[in-house]
Design a protein around this ligand. Structure first.
Ligand SMILES: [Zn+2]
Length: 144
């Protein structure tokens, strides 16, 4: 299999509800995402001949995804009261509401799905929340 890999960064805050440790408190990370797409065969015709896909198109998609999360507060739906959400928005804070616990594992799977929805064939997404700690999502069937 041929694979392309690119990385991007974003800064955002989060907390883990119902977690009994430091991560239950609001804190931030410089998240690093490393995305891979793959193909068994290269494109045979057109401007992407000899490629898995145009690297520029892939990089742009990954950066756009990272930018959509950058400098926002990643909030798992249902973990803050409506009053708190209203107050944060009234202060002008940017919230990204997500239907899952905002762990590195879930973010990796989320980014994988988003790339798939955009027509790419992701094979693996890595999310680092610190230089030493990372989660890797690599579904067995490659479909996510
Ligand atoms: Zn964290």
């Amino acid at each position: 299999m041929y694979q392309l890999e690119t990385e991007a960064f974003f800064d955002s805050a989060h907390f883990l509800a119902d977690y009994f440790g430091r991560c239950e408190n609001l804190h931030g990370h410089r998240w690093r995402i490393v995305c891979r797409i793959g193909a068994e065969a290269l494109q045979e015709t057109g401007s992407e001949a000899g490629m898995v896909c145009d690297f520029g198109r892939f990089k742009h998609a990954v950066r756009t995804l990272a930018d959509s999360l950058d400098h926002t507060f990643l909030v798992q739906e249902g973990t803050l009261s409506p009053e708190t959400i209203t107050a944060l928005k009234a202060e002008g804070f940017a919230l990204t509401m997500l239907p899952f616990r905002t762990t590195a594992e879930n973010l990796a799977a989320y980014i994988f799905r988003r790339l798939h929805e955009e027509g790419f064939t992701p094979t693996q997404v890595e999310v680092d929340e610190t230089p030493n700690n990372r989660a890797i999502y690599q579904p067995e069937n490659g479909k996510g």
